[in-house]
Design a protein around this ligand. Structure first.
Ligand SMILES: *Cc1c(COP(=O)(O)O)cnc(C)c1O
Length: 391
């Protein structure tokens, strides 16, 4: 895709349509598990790689390829791999890049299961990890060991909206022969392109903004380097976390309106964040679009926008959090984010309830913290509803 085109044009046209037969504008769903060969010789050549073409859908399918092509275009990678879930993207990356005896450095307040699976499961395979505040570059430098192979950051991070400097972390990683992977789910390719800032790998939970319709679970891995891409592709095909063609079709359909949805949600989020910041029931709003965000400048520099997810702290703590959850009516009380509808949740009693309180508060997830993913509603309705529910 021509990088000169505007973001909306790129999102609408990224990738290639796989229908060479009839020219259908919407991509066909190749709902097949396997592909017939014309002859024994063709089968042999497909397997040996002498001839390109499809073999079996876990190894590749035209509909999943169409989605991969679009994502590689939008994230400026050599290729993209689509996965059954966002977590399968994360674990396939871990498995591909880390061997027994290796070490990784991660963001402390990243998506919970991405940390838990490393500390509980990969640790049993003798892979070590340290999770720390990666927005503090000195802490990142100090955590690097001779066996560190991967730095994995999430920025903006879940749920505190802390921002990590992607270019600086890429530099640190590369000075030590490690790779930098970035979970860019909160901003999507429309607002942040980590590969352009030096990252080696981009991870997305496409369950969130990319699909955007709260009806599919899906993930993606986009690589800068061909060898890394081929290594992860080979592991993905063997471990089997690949995507189904019907799922790929739905995500591609959602992707085409990503820029439009992101623009509306982000505009709504900005207005709502300003309203909440001035509301007496609210102690603080964490949103990269507000000048009060501690890394406002960094966010402006490395991203094209602050996105549509924010967190805010209520003066009344845990009880005020529960009360708001029970009184809000336009935003739906549900975990997840990035859909066309606003979703609100209370991490202390929901997504992060299993973390011991001291650790939770240490990572910035206080009792009165609320996470809000702003959707495409009329912003006046959202503001009025919050004003009423906070009262
Ligand atoms: C949801 C999420 C994931 C995990 O994705 P699933 O599709 O739920 O498996 C990973 N990272 C971030 C930032 C997320 O929000």
């Amino acid at each position: 895709m021509n990088k000169k085109y505007g973001t909306h044009t790129q999102v609408v046209h990224a990738g290639k349509n796989p229908d060479s037969e009839h020219g259908s504008v919407a991509p066909p769903i190749y709902q097949t598990s396997t592909f017939k060969f014309d002859s024994a010789e063709q089968g042999r050549k497909r397997f040996s790689g002498e001839e390109s073409g499809y073999i079996y859908s876990r190894l590749g399918n035209p509909t999943t390829d169409a989605l991969e092509g679009a994502l590689a275009d939008l994230e400026h990678g050599v290729g993209a791999l689509v996965t059954s879930t966002g977590m399968s993207a994360v674990t396939t990356m871990y498995f591909s890049l880390l061997d027994a005896g290796d070490h990784m450095v991660g963001s402390d307040c990243m998506y919970g299961p991405a940390r838990v699976v490393m500390e509980k499961e990969f640790s049993r395979k003798n892979i070590a990890s340290d999770f720390l505040d990666t927005s503090n570059l000195d802490a990142v430098r100090k955590a690097i060991k001779p066996n560190t192979k991967l730095i994995y950051i999430e920025t903006p991070a879940n749920p505190t909206l802390k921002i990590t400097d992607i270019a600086a972390c890429a530099k640190i990683a590369h000075e030590h022969g490690a790779l930098l992977a970035v979970d860019s789910t909160f901003l999507s390719p429309v607002l942040q392109n980590p590969i352009d800032l030096g990252a080696d790998i981009v991870i997305h939970s496409m369950t969130k903004f990319i699909n955007g319709h709260t009806d599919v679970i899906a993930g993606a891995i986009i690589c800068k380097d061909e060898n890394v891409h081929l290594r992860i592709r080979s592991v993905l095909r063997s471990l089997g976390g690949t995507m189904d063609p019907n799922q790929a079709w739905l995500v591609l359909r959602g992707l085409r309106t990503l820029a439009l949805r992101m623009e509306k949600s982000q505009n709504n989020a900005m207005k709502l964040a300003e309203f909440l910041e001035n509301h007496p029931a609210i102690e603080a709003v964490h949103y990269p679009g507000l000048k009060s965000h501690p890394q406002y400048e960094l966010g402006q520099r490395q991203s094209k926008g602050p996105g549509a997810v924010m967190a805010f702290e209520l003066n009344g703590g845990y009880e005020a959090g529960e009360s708001l959850m029970n009184n809000i009516s336009v935003a739906l009380l549900a975990v997840s984010l990035g859909g066309y509808e606003s979703l609100i949740q209370h991490p202390a009693s929901m997504t992060h309830a299993s973390i011991p309180k001291a650790e939770r508060v240490e990572a910035g997830i206080t009792d009165g913290l609320i996470r809000l993913s702003v959707g495409c509603e009329d912003v006046e309705d959202l503001i009025q509803d919050f004003d009423r529910a906070l009262g």
